[in-house]
Design a protein around this ligand. Sequence first.
Ligand SMILES: Nc1nc2c(c(=O)[nH]1)N[C@H]1C(S)=C(S)[C@@H](COP(=O)(O)OP(=O)(O)OC[C@H]3O[C@@H](n4cnc5c(N)ncnc54)[C@H](O)[C@@H]3O)O[C@H]1N2
Ligand code: MOO
Length: 406
Amino acid sequence: MLTRRYPISIDEAQAKLNALSVTTDTETISVDEANHRVLAQAVVAPYAYPHFRRSGYDGYAIRAEDDQNYPKVFKVVGNIPAGATFDGPLGENETARIMTGAFVPENAGKVIMLEQTREIEDDPDHVKMLVTEKHSNITEVGTEFAEGAQLIAKDTELNPGGLAILAAFGIQNVTVYKRPSVAIITTGTELMQPDEPLQAGKIYNSNGPMIKQLVTEAGGEVTSYEQLIDDTDLLKAALKKAIAENDMVITDGAVSVGDFDFVADAARNADNLLFNKLKMRPGSVTTAFVQDNTIVMALSGNPGACFTGFYLYVEPLLRRFTNQASRVRKTTATLAAAYHKTNGYDRVLRSTVEFAATGLKVYPNGSDQSGALGNLQTTTCLVKIPHSTEPIALNAEVTTWLLPFK
Ligand SMILES: Nc1nc2c(c(=O)[nH]1)N[C@H]1C(S)=C(S)[C@@H](COP(=O)(O)OP(=O)(O)OC[C@H]3O[C@@H](n4cnc5c(N)ncnc54)[C@H](O)[C@@H]3O)O[C@H]1N2
Ligand code: MOO
């Protein structure tokens, strides 16, 4: 059924999505699997770190009171490799040979580096120290973290460095936000499977693989991925199932006014229709609605529109499920290359950004057509050309969205 749609602006559409309440759930997972997951609770140090006084160098540990009158001969009373401990105190002018990272005897005040010492021929029980050291060369207990100090803050996305901090304390599990579950439904009888030979009138599905990775990059979990032919009953059933089982459903294609545009119907009858037309190109047909507490984001089948729609509307929403701000950074930049077209709607150009000394410069990157995909790899930002009857001026200040992972 063809019914009139009422377009809203990019800002209005983003505001509507932003106003949706999103539930954040948590789960406890193994640190091994926590890279790029977001902490739902701060992690604190279970004990001081380091938890023993540690030597920074290979050398000899001595008492502070013996640290004078060089050159000087010390009696070697022990050997402390990394991982070992040392029983008993050092006596006057006694020393223990020590390795980097090893336990420093309790009453030692300094480690003399090996380079400042000399063995004594035929006398392995003694060593000659040539000069003292400026620093103690000992890392004290708790230098990095006191017991109970915060190791990593809540709402931090863990990375390999952070995992190292957790591992340093033997922490094996962390409480993180659950990733939002996302079903992806791509549509179109023209879509072939990747292993099928090329056929006239048909294309390979390029949006599906892209959306899958974009969802993952934005912290979502793709729970199902379907490529369906244009069969209204099939599509309706798939959408219903996906809605019942996921936090979000992303559909692609079948959203305009064609014969199989089942999404338009679902949107019209939804619990909460947010928008089904945008004052923007590409992606004017982008649609969003809530059904049974699941958000359905219907992206255009046109590759350029699909890419643009994901970053402007889906990424910020996905991030909210893990209490994160969008990584698509909105800013202003200088339009550094001419763009002559005028537009009835705001146009979002796939562009590239240059971080110049004078500020950000942006350059339209190849085709502005909704159906073009040749610029998806190299695009690093999206640039808004406001609707106007006059072409935009060169060097105009333009709203720019910097894309993450670019
Ligand atoms: N009579 C009208 N026709 C169209 C209108 C309109 O208002 N009236 N809007 C146009 C605009 S603007 C857009 S954008 C597209 C939107 O179409 P859909 O989002 O419904 O997508 P489809 O019609 O299914 O496909 C459009 C285009 O994209 C290709 N496609 C679809 N899926 C994929 C995929 N997974 N990978 C790669 N390419 C895909 C498909 O083959 C079509 O070429 O509608 C205009 N038409
Ligand atoms: O909605 Mo279409 O992508 O504007 O060209």
